[in-house]
Write a protein of this length. Structure first.
Length: 341
């Protein structure tokens, strides 16, 4: 699917050139690269994980709100359509992870796949990097957590179930909206809502620990979806739920408001802007969100209360995420030790 070129100015470029005429349509470009390292360590206050692994950079799903968009600018590309159509494939990701597992310094921490871009975006159907990584985690019994909104995960439900029998596995499916019209506007190439709930049902039935991510909560747009989303997730077998407020770092703000402006009535967009700044203490984005919101923002406190009320009602989060830490199952095959002694 082609899209007209639209990228906010890249702050890493000294000059920005505007098109003088109709915007050209951009085709999908795939860049196969060999990464130097594969694990990233997270220190963001509103992301509940430490180690993440991203087999791909850029994401075909095209979510308007994706906080990872600015990362594409470090590669010399744009945070808009470039992020969605100039995609990087880390072809050596499984080999790098095997080398990490073989090091004596690795003790078997849980790895989130992916923390930046979706590991089950359409490219995965052909490259199968996520599947090979999961097979490696099964070999080493290394705990895994997955966050996705991609339909390709249906291919791997049996593999995830096998891994869950020997190590901790958590799969969170991101479902922030109830209707596919909103989904098409803000997540145009991600899996349908029903496809995502079906993934929860299938994984839960096979004994995989599942949860729903209601992220992002977009004030003025999807707060009212929270009760029904939690109910449906519980009915699908989910045990956990979490949410986070919309994040608009850097050029994400430009992309987000361009997309919602093209899809929603101007009064609705105005309502969203007002609600976000109200919840964020007067700003559209603050990376210190959790700290700033302590004792502030009555509207966000109301959203939290609504979320917690319906989690209790549907039996979600009986155990806090901090209490579901991966059990120590990691086992390094003896034949690997000789390579790194």
């Amino acid at each position: 699917m082609r899209r007209p070129v639209s990228n906010p100015p890249n702050p890493w470029h000294e000059a920005h050139v505007e098109w003088l005429g109709p915007m050209p349509e951009v085709e999908l470009e795939i860049f196969e690269i060999e990464a130097k390292s594969i694990l990233s360590k997270n220190d963001s206050p509103d992301l509940p994980f430490t180690y993440s692994l991203n087999p791909y950079q850029g994401c075909y799903h095209g979510c308007a709100y994706c906080y990872a968009r600015p990362s594409h600018q470090y590669l010399g590309h744009g945070a808009g359509t470039d992020f969605e159509r100039k995609l990087f494939v880390k072809t050596n990701a499984p080999e790098l992870l095997r080398a990490t597992f073989a090091r004596k310094s690795w003790t078997g921490e849980s790895i989130v796949i992916s923390g930046n871009t979706d590991c089950y975006q359409p490219l995965e159907a052909s490259y199968q990097l996520t599947r090979r990584i999961l097979e490696l985690c099964l070999e080493f019994k290394n705990p895994v957590a997955i966050i996705t909104k991609g339909g390709v995960i249906h291919r791997d439900v049996e593999l995830l179930a096998s891994l869950a029998r020997v190590a901790s596995v958590q799969v969170f499916v991101t479902i922030p909206f109830l209707d596919d019209d909103t989904r098409r506007a803000l997540e145009p190439y991600a899996a349908t809502i029903e496809r995502r709930f079906e993934a929860l049902r299938r994984l839960s039935a096979l004994g995989v620990s599942t949860g729903i991510s209601l992220s992002p909560v977009i004030p003025g747009l999807n707060e009212s979806d929270i009760p029904e989303l939690l109910e449906r997730a519980s009915q699908a077998g989910a045990e956990q739920a979490f949410m986070s407020l919309l994040r608009l770092p850097g050029e994400v703000k430009d992309v987000f408001f361009e997309r919602v402006g093209a899809s929603l009535h101007p009064k609705r967009v105005e309502k969203i802007v007002h609600a976000i700044t109200e919840m964020r203490g007067g700003v559209l984005y603050d990376p210190r969100f959790n700290k700033r919101m302590s004792g502030q923002g009555k509207r966000w406190q109301m959203v939290e209360q609504l979320f917690e009320l319906h989690c209790r009602k549907h039996g979600l989060n009986k155990r806090q995420l901090a209490d579901t830490a991966a059990r120590p199952t990691f086992q390094r095959p003896k034949r690997q030790l000789a390579l790194f002694e």
